[in-house]
Write a protein that binds this ligand. Structure first.
Ligand SMILES: NC(=O)c1ccc[n+]([C@@H]2O[C@H](COP(=O)([O-])OP(=O)(O)OC[C@H]3O[C@@H](n4cnc5c(N)ncnc54)[C@H](O)[C@@H]3O)[C@@H](O)[C@H]2O)c1
Length: 218
């Protein structure tokens, strides 16, 4: 395997797509063997790219035969670290927090929201999908006792930095941030921003551009 630092970011971002597709084939479609062409075809990724991405991590499959779906799924799962469960704390038991806690398919990706925290007395003690909302004041105790390393931010923008600081102070090492704001964090803390509005605005941009072309009759 190549030094992980030299593997392109785009390759790393495609691995979860391969994993989810392989899991579907293995679990629901009863497919034993897949070629790079078929795997790529399902994801709109050229077969050459599939082979290149996987080659960073070793030799998989047999030339002319393809990949054993179950074996490749396990290998990619191991590379991604999803062959075990990664518990997380989620802060913000609001609309988005509810949706995330209720989402069932995270477990397939090795991710589980184990604790839900909030600072609103009206929400503390409520149950969301079997999880009791806890007071944010308990964050240090929870993280220390459980050794959880992952945090999810689902609080309004103006509270996101404070919550990020609290997470980091408690021992959280990686943050999945849904608040549309850039967080200031020490370099050793990994942050993944999930700005849903950016996705929809790029769609609107294309639609408005199409409409403009139609109006001009082009
Ligand atoms: N709702 C969505 O579909 C959606 C989509 C994309 C992004 N977001 C982003 O996600 C975040 C949450 O959105 P929402 O709609 O769930 O908001 P919400 O107001 O429904 O919920 C926010 C929750 O955070 C809690 N909170 C606020 N400050 C806190 C603090 N300092 N410590 C602990 N808890 C605190 C509140 O008590 C509340 O329960 C926002 O930043 C929003 O922009 C939401």
């Amino acid at each position: 395997m190549k030094n992980r630092e030299n593997i392109p970011k785009a390759t790393i971002e495609r691995l979860p797509l391969y994993y989810r597709c392989l899991d579907k084939m293995d679990t629901f479609e009863d497919i034993d063997v897949v070629s790079s062409k078929d795997l790529g075809g399902k994801l709109d990724i050229p077969s050459t790219q599939v082979r290149k991405d996987l080659s960073y991590y070793g030799e998989f499959g047999r030339r002319g035969v393809g990949y054993n779906v179950n074996e490749l799924k396990k290998s990619v799962g191991k590379i991604l670290g999803v062959d075990r469960m990664w518990p997380a704390i989620l802060v913000g038991a609001g609309n988005l927090g509810h949706a995330l806690v209720n989402y069932k398919s995270f477990s397939m990706m090795g991710f589980e929201i184990a604790y839900v925290l909030d600072n609103d007395p009206a929400k503390i003690g409520n149950m969301i999908n079997g999880k009791k909302v806890q007071d944010i004041k308990n964050i240090d105790k929870i993280v220390a006792e459980t050794d959880i390393k992952l945090g999810v931010i689902a609080v309004p923008t103006d509270a996101a930095q404070v919550v990020a600081d609290e997470m980091i102070d408690s021992g959280i090492k990686a943050i999945w941030n849904f608040a549309p704001t850039r967080l200031l964090v020490p370099p050793e803390i990994e942050v993944k921003n999930e700005d849903l509005a950016v996705g929809i605005v790029s769609l609107i941009y294309h639609l408005s551009w199409q409409e403009e072309m139609e109006t001009k009759g082009e």
